[in-house]
Design a protein around this ligand. Structure first.
Ligand code: GDP
Length: 206
């Protein structure tokens, strides 16, 4: 299904707009500018699908994507859905906006039976930041499995990559929710995309 075209299903600003539970869901989270839109577009081989460089403060929505060609009825569900979570960590975000983000994301994390994993994207130049740790805290609390994905590894020296992976693994080793191995990617160079696709494909049905 990575070879198929994907389509945007809907943007969900609050829980009442969630699509009914259907295919297994995989979500992507990360600080604004981490390279989340670029990574989703690179994974799916579609340039304009996830919007890149979202302006800070724009509507915060969970954006749902599925491979095309499925009617979406109970008899013809897509094998998987991807959920692009709104970015976090804008320096100037007002408190109400941060609270709204936390409410939307936490409600979704806690309430979504078909959510299988959240990929938490971390800029390889910056490593884990305090607000990433806050998000890992939400994931732990909601008992959702997550996997760290380093982005933009073309921006750091190659020997720094394994060091960062090791340091990051160590930093999260004692966290309660399941968190399998750290992935490292560059959308720009196409690095790590097959590994990430394989991790996602493991959750697909049919
Ligand atoms: P988002 O806010 O997390 O969706 O981030 P974007 O995908 O819009 O990317 C933010 C900026 O980082 C843009 O200027 C991208 O061109 C750049 N970027 C994204 N991925 C990569 C990458 O793998 N390598 C490099 N060098 N730049 C990247």
């Amino acid at each position: 299904f990575f070879a198929k075209p994907w389509i945007f299903v809907r943007g969900v600003p609050s829980m009442e707009f969630l699509p009914p539970e259907g295919p297994p869901e995989i979500a992507f989270a990360g600080r604004s500018n981490v390279g989340k839109s670029s990574l989703i577009n690179a994974l799916l081989g579609q340039k304009g699908l996830a919007r890149t460089s979202n302006t800070p403060g724009r509507t915060q929505e969970l954006n749902f994507f599925v491979p095309d060609g499925f009617a979406g009825s109970a008899a013809d569900l897509p094998p998987i859905a991807l959920v692009d979570m709104p970015g976090y960590g804008y320096a100037q975000a007002p408190k109400e906006q941060v609270d709204a983000w936390t409410r939307l994301v936490f409600d979704y994390l806690r309430g979504r039976a078909r959510l299988k994993r959240v990929f938490v994207l971390v800029d390889s130049r910056h490593g884990l930041k305090p607000n990433d740790l806050d998000v890992l805290g939400l994931l732990d609390k909601a008992a959702v499995s997550y996997q760290i994905v380093l982005t933009k590894t073309d921006k750091i020296k190659p020997p720094a990559i394994p060091k960062l992976m090791e340091a990051t693994a160590k930093a999260i080793a004692k966290r309660p929710a399941a968190h399998p191995e750290i992935l490292s990617t560059s959308s720009e160079k196409g690095r790590g995309l097959d590994e990430l696709r394989a991790a996602i494909a493991g959750f697909a049905e049919r």
